[in-house]
Every structure is written in structure tokens, then in C-alpha cells.
Design a protein around this ligand. Structure first.
Ligand code: UDP
Ligand code: MG
Length: 318
């Protein structure tokens, strides 16, 4: 039987912690009862340097339910993506399959069962995808959609409307642990892992209690990080722009020459305007060229795994 670990990053979540613990224990007991997961499956709360009583509450819950509620205490606040990574990497050594979910229960805990079924059906990663964003404000909805579009344009593969509610098998988390980069954007990294994946769909709810820990500033930072950690396309755009302006400078040359010969110009204008266009284009082109190398260095230093072997067929195959 597979041992499930539900990983929950928590930052200042004292209002929701007990509610989350109860709801998730309910899910565990239900799945244990149905014989879908091992009896020692557990919830792993990761306290991301909370300033309130979150950790004390995790300790209390652990004392009351020593098997089902476990905790990891990070020494300082490192942000959602790192906290979740800490939880996943801790869980992978003591479980067979993980499900990550936010503490505020905005994601539907009832689809965890469906995720487990898909896992038993052979999937290594199951994405939780929001059906609609009815409960989000108009602003959050449109900005989020613009963000997914932009990511797509920049060539970053992400699952549309999927945040960090997802099931990962032990081997998927193990493969993920080979990605040593520090600029984490988990949603972009998971599709790189490969394996068989699937999605489950649910309605996203309002936060059970407390306030969002993701203000606009953090959201923009995440979005920028997502693009800059996965794509060197912006550099190529600069290179393209440089080429375009050099081309345009020839048109400017023709236009300036015509103006010159038809005699409508102030002395000195022709040579100046041609120089401005040409040099401007040349500079952009040069920056873009240098950028190409920097982009390559960037990709190299990340040292991402180049491939993930799923199976090998040989004579000694067991
Ligand atoms: N979170 C975290 N560290 C942070 C900020 C948030 O671990 O620095 C956790 C938070 O406790 C929650 C999850 O990340 O479990 C998502 O945050 P939130 O629900 O506030 O984001 P929103 O749903 O509003 O985008
Ligand atoms: Mg939330």
C-alpha cells in the first residue's frame, strides 16, 4: 500500500491551521478506510518562518495525532516555493507519493481521491486545475490569465490554471530534486520532469479564514521569476529588434537621400539622421549578440538534468 504525504506550506496561518488539519485528516481517514493509501499516511505542515502561533498549533496537532500530523519548521521565512520544496524533499524520503496543497483550503480536498486513483492508474504527476475563477476578483482573474498567455508566448510550458495543488510520485519528486536551481518556479519545472501526467478539475473556493499571503508585489515577483527562470526569449527579442532597426536604417537612408536631393533639408541633417538610425540598430544588435552568450551561460549554470530515463530494456532486465 502506498504511503501518502500531504505537504502543506504555512505562513502565518494560525486562523486556518486547525481547520486544515481536520479537513485533511478527514481525507486521509476516508482514503485509508477505502484501502487506497497506507495507514501511516500523514500530513506534513511546513512552517515557513511564521510570526504568529502557526508552529505552536502544528506542535499541538502533532501531539494529538502523532502519526497523522507531522511538521517541518523552517528557521526563517523563505517564501511559498521554497517552503513547498522543503516539504516535498523531506516527504520523499518517508513516503511513496505526495500531494501538495495550500493551507487555506481554497483547493478542493475532495479531488485528492481522484488524484490517488490516477496515480494508481500509472500517473506520476497529477495536476489540480481550477475550472473557473468565479471567486477570484476580476483583477486577479485577468492578471492571472494574462500571465499564463505571456508565459506561453515566452515558450514556457505550464499547465493552464494550475497552481501548486498537485500529486507527485516518489520518483517524480526524486527527479525534481535533481534540479538544483535557486530561482524556483515549480509550475514551470514540473512539466520538464516528464512521465505520464494527468489533470483533475475543481472549483476554487474562497479562503477559509485569514488573508492572502500573496499580495500583488509577491505575485508580480513570481511572474517575473517564472519568465526569467525559464526563457531566454526576451534576449532574442532584443537581437531581433536590433536587426529590424538596422534594416529600417536603410529605409531611413533612402528617405534621407531623397530629402537631401530634393533640397528640403537643413545642412547636416542627412548625415545625422542616418548615423542615429544605423548606430542605434548596431548597438541593439550588439547587446542582443552579447545577450545570446549570457543566455547560454545562464542555461549552463543551472545544470538542469539533460534527460530523465524512465525505463531501459536490456538482457539483464528483471
Ligand atoms: N505561503 C508560504 N510562505 C509565504 C507565503 C505564503 O508558505 O511566504 C503559503 C501560505 O501559507 C499558503 C500558500 O503559501 O498555504 C498560498 O498562499 P495564499 O493562499 O496566501 O496565496 P493566494 O491563494 O492568495 O494566491
Ligand atoms: Mg490561497
Amino acid at each position: 500500500m502506498d504511503k501518502l504525504a500531504i505537504v502543506v506550506p504555512c505562513y502565518n496561518e494560525e486562523e486556518v491551521l486547525k481547520i486544515a488539519s481536520e479537513a485533511l485528516r478527514g481525507v486521509l481517514n476516508d482514503l485509508i478506510g477505502k484501502g487506497k493509501i497506507a495507514e501511516d499516511s500523514f500530513i506534513l505542515f511546513v512552517n515557513d518562518g511564521s510570526k504568529d502561533r502557526t508552529w505552536e498549533l502544528i506542535e499541538e496537532e502533532h501531539a494529538a495525532h502523532p502519526v497523522q500530523v507531522c511538521g517541518v519548521k523552517l528557521a526563517a521565512n523563505v517564501g511559498h516555493q521554497f517552503a513547498l520544496t522543503a516539504g516535498l524533499l523531506t516527504a520523499k524520503d518517508i513516503s511513496d507519493v505526495t500531494v501538495s496543497i495550500d493551507a487555506d483550503l481554497q483547493d478542493d480536498v475532495n479531488v485528492i481521491e481522484e488524484m490517488i486513483d490516477k496515480f494508481h492508474g500509472g500517473c506520476d504527476i497529477v495536476y489540480g486545475v481550477r475550472k473557473e475563477r468565479k471567486t477570484d476578483t476580476f483583477f486577479k482573474r485577468t492578471t492571472a490569465q494574462a500571465f499564463y498567455k505571456l508565459m506561453g508566448l515566452m515558450g514556457v510550458k505550464t499547465v493552464y490554471n494550475h497552481a501548486d495543488f498537485r500529486l507527485m510520485s516518489k520518483r517524480a519528486v526524486e527527479e525534481f530534486s535533481r534540479y538544483k536551481e535557486t530561482n524556483l518556479f515549480l509550475r514551470g519545472m514540473m512539466p520538464l520532469i516528464g512521465y505520464q501526467t494527468d489533470s483533475v478539475y475543481y472549483d476554487r473556493k474562497e479562503r477559509v479564514a485569514g488573508e492572502s499571503k500573496y499580495p500583488l508585489k509577491k505575485m508580480l515577483a513570481l511572474a517575473f521569476n517564472g519568465i526569467s527562470s525559464f526563457s531566454v526569449k526576451p534576449i532574442s527579442l532584443i537581437l531581433g529588434l536590433g536587426l529590424f532597426i538596422i534594416f529600417a536604417s536603410f529605409l531611413a537612408l533612402i528617405y534621407a537621400m531623397i530629402s537631401y536631393f530634393t533640397g528640403h533639408v537643413v545642412p547636416g541633417w542627412t548625415s545625422l539622421i542616418i548615423s542615429i538610425w544605423f548606430l542605434g540598430g548596431l548597438q541593439l544588435l550588439a547587446i542582443g549578440m552579447v545577450g545570446q552568450y549570457i543566455g547560454k551561460i545562464y542555461i549552463e549554470v543551472k545544470q538542469r538534468p539533460r534527460y530523465n530515463i524512465e525505463k531501459i530494456l536490456t538482457a539483464e532486465e528483471k
